[in-house]
Write a protein that binds this ligand. Structure first.
Ligand code: DLZ
Ligand code: SF4
Length: 508
C-alpha cells in the first residue's frame, strides 16, 4: 500500500496529520508551487516569497529526515499550475494506492480536493487538521444552542479545557479578561525593540528573483525581507517576542505610531498560519513568562486570548458558515475600493501610513487593520467583496479561514452581528487618541464639518444615519442615535453634504 501525501503551503508542520503513518520507503510527499494559488487573488509579492521559501526549506528538511519528496517549483517546465493538475501529473507518472491530505484551510481548496477521488479514480483520505485546538464539529456543537455567538464564552471554555492561566476552576488573577488595561495611548520616547530579522539566504534569494520576475505586477515590496522561513527561525522570532515585547504587548496593543509598524505586537501570525509554529507552544511560552515574573498578566492574558480564543473562534465560524458567509452584505454596501488602498495616495495621513506600511511589510497590526483601514471601509460603505479580497491579498498571514470572518464579521459587520455585537465604527477622535497620525495630517481632526474636517468625523455620522433601520435596535449603538437626534437640522445636513462631496471624490 503506497500513498501520495500532499502538503500544502500552509501545512508546514512536522505534526501535520497527512504525515501520520507515513512509510518513508514507499510513500511520496508532494509539495507544489502553483500559479493558481498565487494568482486566484493576486497575493502580495512578499507573501509569495515568504511561502515559497518556507515551502522549499520545509521540503529540504523532510528530505533530510528520510522522506521521499516530490517538489514542483513554479517555473518547472511541466508544472501544471494547479493542485489538481500537479496531483494528476504525479498519479499519471507513478502508481499509488491512495492520496492522503490534511483538510485544507480554505473551503475553495477543500471542494477541489473532494472532487479528486472521482476525477482520478483513487481513494482520497482527507484527515482532520489537528493543529487547531477546537475541531469544526466541536465548534458546531458549541454554537448549536446559541442564537448569537460570543467569543468571550468560547474563550473561557478553551481556557478550562486546556488548563491555561487557571487556578483550579477559576482564572488566574480572578478575571478572565484584562482588556480594560490594554488601551493605553502611545507616548513619546517609547523604546520599541525591532522585529525579528532572518538571514536572507540563497533559497529566499532565488525565490525572490522568481517572484520579482513572474509577479512583477502584483502589489507590494519584496525588500527588505526578514521573515522567518524555517521552524527554527520562527521559534527564535517567538522567543524574541516573549523576551523583548510581551512586557508591553498589552499596554500598547491598540497604539499606532508613525514609523513603528511592529510596535509591541508578536508578528507570529505569519508562522502560526502556515504551520511553522503551533498554537499551544506559543501560549505556553507566554504563560511561562507570566509565571516567571517576566511579563504582566494583562499582556499574557491578552496574547493568549488572541490564540486560543479569537483565532479558534473565527475558524469555527468560517467552517460553520461557509460557503454562505462569503456572500454576506448586511448594509448592501457597494462602493468600489478606492485606488489609495493600493497606492497610498491620499491626504488622510492615517490611511496613507497604513497602506504604505502594508505595501512595505505585508503586515499591519490589528488596530491599523480594524480601526483605520477597516473602519474607513465600513463607514464609507465599501463593497465587502472588494474589501475581503484586498485583505486576503495584502497580508502575509491571511488565508480565507482567518481573513473572511475577521473582515466580513468584525470589520464590516456584513454578517449583521453574528460574530460581533456592534459595528466597529469610529470617528477621527479615536484615531487621534491612539496614534500620532493626526498631527501631520492635511485634515483637522477636531473639525466636524467642512472641507478641512477629518472625513472620519462626518462619515461616521453619515454611516449611522444611512443605516438607521438596520442598526437602531442594536442597544450598544442606540445611544449614538440619541446623540444624532439632538443635533440641529443644519448640522445633520452638513454631515450629509460633506459625506456626499467626499465620497464622490473617491471614484475619481
Ligand atoms: C497562499 C499560497 C500561495 C501564494 N501559493 C501556494 C502554492 O503555490 N502552493 C501551495 O501549496 N500553497 C500556496 N499557498 C497557500 C494555499 O493557498 C493554502 O494552502 C490554501 O489556501 C489552503 O488554505
Ligand atoms: Fe486620519 Fe482624520 Fe487623523 Fe487625518 S485627521 S490622520 S484623516 S483620523
Amino acid at each position: 500500500m503506497n500513498s501520495l501525501r500532499i502538503i500544502l503551503g500552509d501545512q508546514l508542520s512536522w505534526s501535520i496529520s497527512s504525515l501520520d503513518e507515513c512509510d518513508k520507503s514507499t510513500d511520496v510527499i508532494l509539495m507544489c508551487e502553483v500559479w493558481n494559488e498565487a494568482t486566484y487573488v493576486r497575493h502580495h509579492k512578499k507573501k509569495i516569497v515568504f511561502l515559497f521559501s518556507a515551502m522549499r526549506h520545509f521540503s529540504k528538511e523532510l528530505l533530510k529526515a528520510g522522506y521521499q519528496v516530490r517538489y514542483s517549483e513554479l517555473d518547472d517546465d511541466d508544472n501544471a499550475g494547479s493542485f489538481a493538475g500537479e496531483v494528476g501529473r504525479c498519479l499519471a507518472e507513478q502508481k499509488f494506492d491512495k492520496v492522503v491530505i490534511t483538510q485544507p484551510g480554505e473551503f475553495r481548496v477543500l471542494e477541489d480536493v473532494q472532487s479528486w477521488s472521482e476525477r482520478f479514480k483513487i481513494s482520497v483520505d482527507i484527515l482532520p487538521d489537528t493543529r487547531f485546538l477546537c475541531a469544526p464539529e466541536e465548534f458546531a456543537s458549541w454554537a448549536e444552542s446559541r442564537k448569537q455567538l460570543r467569543m468571550e464564552y468560547f474563550y473561557r471554555e478553551m481556557r478550562q479545557r486546556y488548563n491555561i492561566l487557571m487556578n483550579g476552576r477559576d482564572p488566574v488573577g480572578g478575571q478572565w479578561n484584562y482588556d480594560a488595561d490594554n488601551r493605553k495611548p502611545p507616548k513619546n520616547g517609547l523604546d520599541i525593540p525591532t522585529t525579528y530579522k532572518s538571514e536572507f539566504d540563497i533559497i529566499t534569494k532565488t525565490v525572490s528573483e522568481l517572484v520579482a520576475k513572474k509577479f512583477a505586477d502584483h502589489f507590494g515590496d519584496i525588500h527588505p525581507f526578514h521573515f522567518a522561513v524555517t521552524r527554527e527561525q520562527a521559534l527564535i522570532a517567538l522567543h524574541q517576542f516573549i523576551e523583548q515585547r510581551l512586557l508591553h504587548f498589552g499596554d500598547y496593543q491598540d497604539a499606532m505610531l508613525m514609523g513603528e509598524p511592529w510596535m509591541y505586537h508578536a508578528h507570529i501570525g505569519f508562522y502560526l498560519n502556515c504551520g511553522l509554529l503551533l498554537p499551544l507552544e506559543c501560549v505556553q511560552a507566554a504563560e511561562q513568562a507570566y509565571h516567571d515574573g517576566r511579563a504582566p498578566l494583562n499582556a499574557v492574558e491578552g496574547f493568549i486570548r488572541q490564540i486560543i480564543g479569537w483565532r479558534e473562534y473565527i475558524r469555527g465560524i468560517y467552517w460553520l458558515k461557509m460557503p454562505d458567509y462569503a456572500q454576506q452584505n448586511f448594509f448592501e454596501a457597494d462602493r468600489a475600493l478606492p485606488s489609495f488602498y493600493w497606492t497610498g495616495e491620499t491626504e488622510m495621513n492615517c490611511l496613507k501610513n497604513c497602506v504604505t506600511e502594508t505595501r512595505q511589510n505585508a503586515y499591519a497590526h490589528h488596530i491599523q487593520r480594524l480601526m483605520v483601514l477597516g473602519n474607513f471601509a465600513l463607514i464609507a460603505g465599501l463593497s465587502p467583496k472588494e474589501v475581503n479580497e484586498w485583505f486576503l491579498i495584502v497580508y502575509a498571514d491571511a488565508y480565507e479561514w482567518a481573513e473572511l470572518p475577521n473582515v466580513s464579521g468584525m470589520v464590516l459587520f456584513a454578517d449583521g452581528g453574528y460574530l460581533a455585537s456592534k459595528p466597529y465604527a469610529a470617528g477621527g477622535s479615536y484615531i487621534n487618541k491612539m496614534s500620532n497620525y493626526c498631527k501631520s495630517c492635511a485634515y483637522n481632526v477636531t473639525k466636524k464639518n467642512g472641507s478641512e474636517a477629518c472625513p472620519f468625523n462626518y462619515l461616521y455620522w453619515d454611516f449611522l444615519a444611512r443605516n438607521r433601520e438596520k442598526l437602531a435596535s442594536n442597544h450598544r449603538i442606540g445611544m449614538m442615535y440619541r446623540t444624532y437626534d439632538r443635533m440641529d437640522e443644519e448640522k445633520k445636513q452638513a454631515i450629509t453634504a460633506d459625506s456626499h462631496r467626499f465620497l464622490a471624490t473617491l471614484a475619481l
